[in-house]
Design a protein around this ligand. Structure first.
Ligand code: SAM
Length: 200
């Protein structure tokens, strides 16, 4: 979902390549050790708060919208967090490089629902894409999915078995950090679905 275009963001991203590299180089020492991925980081609220809580883990966010990505990068820069990167990349575009990495957690929070059936292939949890996402999990790793959207949640419940996922009942590890969307939805009293997947 595209918000208002913020003209300052492309040059801000370019000025902070260590926080927001243009591409993912799997041989970069940043990607050694424990890794967490968020796909569709939006304005970065979840990722930046979680990275501040876990300096021992490296966090990579992907956000394809330049304005949202710029806002997220600004948060990471201002928090002076050396363990976070947020790249202005689409997941599909980044996948080839990501295949060389493995993540102990992957977060997909409040992805665009693409409600029209003819747009189902655009959903992050479309089975073929979800399968690719799950393939990036390290052994024992988990994907966390959050959404306010009942129809998208129903679609996710149909999609994950086709993608080779298995539902895990207990939260892992239960982080209460929230994204901008989640804070807004909760303040409006909306119910939030959360689900955790392992790779079969
Ligand atoms: C509805 S917003 C939610 C943002 C954030 N996760 C939150 O909860 O506040 C969904 C975001 O996912 C991004 N997005 C959607 N598909 C993506 C993809 N294939 N790769 C990277 N980002 C994507 C959109 O640009 C948008 O900023």
């Amino acid at each position: 979902m595209r918000g208002r275009y913020k003209g300052w963001t492309p040059s801000y991203i370019d000025a902070h390549p260590s926080f927001s590299p243009r591409s993912i180089d799997p041989s970069d020492p940043f990607y050694e050790g424990r890794l967490v991925l968020e796909i569709g980081s939006g304005k970065g609220g979840f990722l930046v708060k979680t990275a501040a809580l876990h300096p021992e883990i490296h966090f990579l966010g992907l956000e394809r919208d330049v304005s949202s990505c710029g806002s997220a990068v600004k948060k990471a820069v201002e928090a002076e967090l050396p363990n976070i990167r947020i790249s202005n990349l689409d997941f599909d575009e980044a996948y080839e490089a990501l295949e060389n990495l493995s993540f102990e957690e992957i977060h997909v929070h409040f992805p665009d629902p693409w409600p029209k059936r003819r747009h189902a292939k655009r959903r992050l949890v479309y089975p073929e894409r979800l399968k690719k996402i799950l393939s990036l999990l390290a052994p024992g790793g988990r994907l966390e999915f959050r959404t306010d959207n009942d129809d998208l949640y129903a679609y996710f419940l149909e999609s994950y078995p086709l993608a080779g996922g298995r539902l895990v009942e207990e939260p892992y590890p239960s982080e209460e950090a929230m994204s901008e969307y989640e804070e807004r939805f909760r303040s409006e009293g909306m119910a939030i679905h959360r689900a955790y997947l392992e790779r079969m």
